[in-house]
Design a protein around this ligand. Structure first.
Ligand SMILES: Nc1ncnc2c1ncn2[C@@H]1O[C@H](COP(=O)(O)OP(=O)(O)OP(=O)(O)O)[C@@H](O)[C@H]1O
Ligand SMILES: Nc1nc2c(ncn2[C@@H]2O[C@H](COP(=O)(O)O)[C@@H](O)[C@H]2O)c(=O)[nH]1
Length: 216
């Protein structure tokens, strides 16, 4: 499974390492939908492909949506420090961000986005304190439940499990630098893209906490 960085090496013309943007938020808030919109609208923004031990859903393509790996392969990635962060999500499967690909993109000064869970975002905060953490929030908990049900990819037991995790995740919003409320996908996408426009050098600090209407 090719989860390493680009063998071409860093682009010497890229003067500064860029700042990683991390998108996290509760289940079914629309992280994947917003990330897909970013992918469609802004091919210059690279989105990490995670490794996971979860089986592929119908329509998911290995290497595109995820690197679908065995438990042994995931163990190997962890043991070789090949993951920037990883977590057991919703108490079931393991998910992690291949480290080398992210480091390559940042070294080249490229725009790089991770779409991960809260545990992973906290690990990135520890290992890359200058990363910009963005919390994607639902307009309401009722709407979150409707989206989870409407997606139709989880059975009742799994939906209940995910909603329990979601309640904990919602309580962590204050740990993030920025909140974007995903009422409308196009608006959320625009607000997320705007986070990359603040320059590519390492900022001194971003600790302010915005709701979506205040996002720069
Ligand atoms: N702004 C929106 N308005 C209405 N529906 C939305 C919006 N954003 C996403 N959705 C819908 O909500 C459902 C969940 O979205 P999505 O799968 O992108 O969530 P997610 O945060 O990636 O979930 P998970 O963390 O469980 O993988 C999908 O059916 C999607 O079409
Ligand atoms: N900590 C990480 N979390 C990740 C990563 N890739 C995805 N995720 C999160 O997992 C859940 C469930 O995803 P699903 O595809 O099974 O619905 C979701 O919240 C993702 O954000 C990762 O590399 N690290």
């Amino acid at each position: 499974m090719p989860v390493s960085g680009d063998p071409a090496g860093p682009d010497p013309s890229a003067a500064t390492r860029s700042r990683l943007v991390v998108l996290a938020g509760p289940t079914a808030v629309g992280k994947g939908t917003v990330a897909a919109q970013v992918r469609a609208k802004r091919p210059d923004i690279w989105i990490s492909v995670s490794a996971t031990t979860r089986p592929a859903r119908p329509g998911e393509v290995d290497g595109v949506h995820y690197h679908f790996v065995s438990e042994d392969e995931f163990d190997r990635l962890v043991a070789t420090d090949g993951l920037l962060e990883w977590a057991v999500v919703h108490g079931r499967h393991r998910y992690g961000t291949p480290r080398a690909a992210v480091e390559d993109r940042l070294d080249r000064g490229e725009k790089a986005l991770l779409e991960i869970d809260l545990q992973g975002a906290r690990q990135v905060r520890e290992s890359m304190p200058d990363a910009l953490l963005c919390f994607l929030a639902p307009p309401s908990m009722g709407e979150l439940e409707r989206r989870l049900l409407g997606r139709g990819t989880e059975d009742a037991e799994e939906r209940a499990r995910r909603l329990r995790t979601a309640a904990q995740e919602m309580a962590a919003e204050g740990e993030f630098d920025v909140t974007i409320v995903n009422t409308d996908v196009r608006t959320a996408c625009r607000e997320l893209v705007a986070l990359f426009e603040g320059g590519s050098s390492r900022p001194a600090q971003t600790s302010s906490h915005h709701r979506s209407s205040e996002v720069p």
